[in-house]
Design a protein around this ligand. Structure first.
Ligand SMILES: *Cc1c(COP(=O)(O)O)cnc(C)c1O
Length: 385
């Protein structure tokens, strides 16, 4: 076995553009610390334009943005929300908090997105919403999903944590559902450590969202001078990030193209230079349908089975390369079973790919020699026949 003296290549390294310190220092200098200050408004404008949404509100996380969407949809105990099983727990959590029942649908074996062919069978009298996750920023089959949603008069929420900068038939992800959520957690393409946003397409939920985000008060209207006192008018919570985090986010959004250029480059190199090895070893690479432009949020390989996934992970670790796997399917997770329900047919594809999937490091700070080391390490691994 090779004993490497090279540095360890971490699985993720949050990229800093270089503009963060100056922006945060400027926010500090003008005492712009609380939420909804001038930096929040600048970051919000940048984000709204990038996605082409009607409007946006920065939040403390994508998890909180999803919680807000559940409040805005007025979900009641027993209402059902259809979503993929192959996703992060936050996709389901906000709805379960309202007493709604997440209904878990299996994923497509190619894009690992919720299988739109199974969607209609998952709907019942109690279905109130459909939540899609664009896995790796590769869009779901939105034409089919929107057609089903329209026919059943159901709102679609996009959990667009992975999909900033991605598109489907030329339309930005995050601009397709009535609401969409973003994450600016430090593992995402653009980040401020912890943060998120709720995007709106159309004006249906805008007014109430401002109340919900401000502890159920009309404080935002008060600050705009629209009313002469503010008070408690609705249920809500405190979902505003500090202006300091918004300042950090501005640096990321303003430099998004540069962040993306390197990520896309790394992704393309993996896809091209692992193709022969993958083919010979029965390993499956990501599928990106023609109508989708993806943002290189993540790169994964599907190994033949769990044993090979572990073996490749160990093989990489021995060469100083950290890799990762996800997601533990929600339908079979302890909380998924307690609060949710599995759609007819179960989730056999989700269960299989959750065992097979291995993620390689993809981030802006990976050097050319890091990428070469990853390629060399992966291609020196053999799948046993
Ligand atoms: C990262 C992620 C979230 C949670 O984002 P936070 O901002 O950390 O709350 C939710 N859903 C998906 C699919 C994610 O990848």
């Amino acid at each position: 076995m090779t004993i490497t003296t090279d540095h360890v290549i971490p699985f993720n390294r949050p990229h800093l553009t270089g503009d963060e310190s100056e922006l945060i220092a400027a926010a500090l200098a003008c005492r712009s610390l609380e939420g909804d200050g001038r930096y929040t408004s600048r970051a919000t404008d940048l984000l709204t334009k990038m996605v082409g949404a009607t409007s946006a509100l920065l939040t403390t996380s994508c998890t909180h943005a999803l919680e807000m969407s559940a409040l805005l949809l007025d979900l009641e105990p027993g209402d059902e929300v259809v979503m993929p099983s192959f996703t992060f727990p936050s996709t389901a959590n906000g709805y379960a908090l309202r007493g709604a029942v997440p209904v878990f649908v299996d994923c497509r074996p190619d894009t690992l997105n919720m299988d739109e062919r199974l969607l209609e069978d998952a709907l019942t009298e109690r279905t109130r919403a459909i939540v899609v996750v664009h896995y790796g920023g590769v869009a779901c089959e939105m034409d089919a999903i929107m057609e089903i949603a329209d026919r059943h008069d159901l709102p679609v929420v996009e959990d667009n944590s992975h999909g900033l900068g991605a598109s489907y038939r030329g339309q930005q992800l995050g601009s397709l559902g009535v609401m969409a959520t973003q994450s600016f957690h430090s593992t995402k393409n653009a980040h401020c450590g912890e943060g998120g946003a709720l995007l709106f397409n159309g004006t249906d939920h805008l007014q109430r969202a401002e109340l919900i985000r401000e502890k159920g008060t009309n404080r935002r209207q008060f600050f705009r001078g629209e009313i002469d006192k503010y008070q408690w008018v609705d249920i809500g919570s405190s979902y505003l990030p500090s202006d300091l985090l918004a300042a950090c986010l501005i640096a990321q959004l303003e430099n998004f193209d540069a962040i993306q250029a390197r990520r896309l480059q790394v992704w393309d190199i993996y896809q091209e230079r692992l193709a022969g090895w993958a083919e010979r070893n029965g390993v499956v690479q990501p599928t990106v349908p023609e109508e989708c432009a993806h943002p290189a949020h993540l790169y994964y390989l599907l190994l033949p089975d769990l044993e090979h996934r572990h073996a490749l992970m160990d093989h990489l670790a021995a060469r100083g390369i950290r890799s990762a796997f996800h997601y533990m399917p929600l339908h079979s997770a302890p909380a998924g079973r307690r609060y949710g329900r599995t759609a007819p047919g179960g989730c056999p594809v989700t269960e299989r790919v959750a065992d097979q999937l291995l993620r390689l490091p993809v981030y802006t700070d990976l050097t050319d020699s890091d990428v070469e080391r990853v390629l060399e390490a992966v291609t020196s691994f053999r799948v046993r026949a």
